[in-house]
Design a protein around this ligand. Structure first.
Ligand SMILES: *Cc1c(COP(=O)(O)O)cnc(C)c1O
Length: 469
């Protein structure tokens, strides 16, 4: 299996090169040169537990790591998950006047209680292996407004060949999210609180990567969701859930409702479907930042202004993984992708013919904050189950679209990560309405470590030069 760029101007490369490279040198995103079809092997795959299924799926895409080593990497990736099933499924039962059952698939049992752990734990183990093999080092530079930073830190803390520097806007990430980063004591972890906003952090990161001499000298690497390994790890839970819900091969399959930001999660579902797993439809759920919902409903991809909502990890206008989907949507025509992206960059919008969308297995709904909050309240009142504000967007979208067949709503964060939003939805008067988690409460007792800096390129570069080998 080789990896090619959506923009067609990068020589094909092996898997391990693709994950060290991250973004393709031509500015595109890396994709496998073919999508394996596993539809004739579903019965055998149905017998496997999560970790063994993960190994079998990843093996299809990774041929430059020996089998036994890959198996060990995959096994280690899921040892820090606290639930024996890794991704348990909880039924919400038959909602009133609904055509199919709703379920929640909990993707938040990893070390930082968000679904990003599923992919980042794997990426951290991969980096560890590949860097040791090559005798090289990597200094990961990341910018975060919340979930990504802590999950990235958890994925490489204590690893011998990797350092990580996470920049976040001082005073603008939630108290718990900040503690999840600054209480990590490992010497290879560096937290920088910058006196600026998230955009400043992100542009300082891009600026450091754009300076190729600086990037090479300091061996800078990235862990953002354009990294192919992150998508690959996410394919597994779609496959796993779809097999659990289809006891025979005549089944029409399940639907998934996916709270979407950068399009990484739902793109993994699209791939799982193309690999032959029994998946009917994918429901793309956005909050008020609805550029993707507008695209799938009207064919127009048009940048709006960023809105801050109660589901901050979905507050994204331009989704970095969308280009991967576009490549398939445009019949694997790299020149057409280049033209689409160029036109979008120039005019801030670009369209595809509606006929091209008709065959897509993706439906889309945009859910406003009020509706998401009402979904948290309704599910709690009817089922005693607490949704986090991101998951609530997906649940509300699934209830509105009311698709036939079982629908699995992906739960992307534990509700205790967003106690203010949940309390607002449920009413503030009772302690039960403020969700907690022992792993988060324990952080409040720990010492913190963090360096405060002005949000300037000189300050960040100076820190890297002085502190990283
Ligand atoms: C990152 C994140 C999302 C969005 O996932 P994408 O892959 O960016 O679409 C949704 N919910 C939570 C809690 C997240 O951390």
């Amino acid at each position: 299996m080789r990896y090619i760029s959506t923009r067609g101007d990068t020589p094909p490369m092996a898997f391990t090169d693709a994950i060290i490279t991250g973004l393709a040198p031509d500015g595109g995103l890396l994709l496998p040169d073919n999508i394996p079809d596993l539809s004739s092997r579903l019965d055998a795959l149905r017998e496997l537990n999560y970790v063994e299924l993960a190994f079998k799926i990843m093996r299809e895409f990774i041929d430059d790591i020996p089998e036994a080593e890959l198996h060990a990497i995959v096994r280690r990736s899921y040892t820090k998950f606290t639930h024996p099933e890794i991704v348990p499924i909880v039924s919400l039962g038959e909602a009133r006047a609904s055509r199919g059952e709703l379920h929640v698939m909990e993707l938040f049992h990893g070390p930082t209680l968000a679904f990003k752990d599923i992919a980042l734990q794997f990426l951290g183990e991969l980096f560890d292996h590949v860097l040791a093999q090559r005798g090289s080092r990597l200094n990961i530079l990341a910018a975060t407004s919340g979930d990504t930073g802590s999950a990235a830190i958890a994925s490489v803390r204590g690893k011998a060949n990797v350092n990580i520097v996470v920049m976040f806007p001082q005073g603008r990430v939630s108290e718990l999210q900040e503690l999840q980063m600054t209480t990590v004591a490992d010497a290879n972890v560096h937290c920088l609180a910058l006196r600026g906003n998230f955009d400043d952090c992100q542009s300082l990161m891009k600026d450091a990567f754009a300076d190729l001499a600086f990037k090479a000298e300091h061996q800078l690497g990235a862990v953002n969701s354009v990294n192919w390994a992150r998508v690959l790890a996410q394919v597994v839970y779609y496959a796993y859930a779809s097999l659990r819900f289809s006891t025979d091969n005549a089944s029409e399959g399940v639907n998934f409702s996916v709270p979407t930001g950068n399009f990484g999660n739902i793109f993994a579902g699209y791939l799982a479907r193309r690999m032959g797993f029994p998946i009917r439809r994918l429901l793309l759920a956005t909050n008020e930042n609805d550029i993707l919902a507008t695209f799938f409903n009207r064919g127009c991809y048009s940048r709006g202004t960023l809105q801050h909502t109660m589901s901050p990890s979905m507050d994204i206008q331009v989704a970095s993984n969308f280009e991967r989907f576009l490549y398939y949507g445009l019949n694997e025509n790299a020149a057409a992708v280049v033209e689409f992206m160029r036109s979008f960059k120039e005019k801030g919008s670009c369209s595809v013919p509606l006929s091209a969308l008709a065959e897509m297995p993706i439906a889309a709904e945009s859910v406003d904050t009020e509706t998401a909050m009402a979904a948290i309240k309704a599910v709690f009142d009817e089922r005693g189950y607490v949704l986090d504000p991101h998951t609530a967007v997906g649940v509300a979208a699934a209830q509105r679209l009311n698709m036939p067949g079982p629908t699995l709503c992906l739960a992307t964060a534990h509700p205790a990560k967003f106690p203010e939003a949940v309390a607002r939805a449920l009413g503030e008067d009772s302690a039960i309405h403020r969700p907690t988690h022992p792993a988060l409460e324990a952080l409040r007792e720990l010492p913190t470590r963090c360096v405060e800096l002005p949000a300037t390129a000189e300050a960040v570069r100076g820190y890297i030069e002085d502190n990283l080998v």
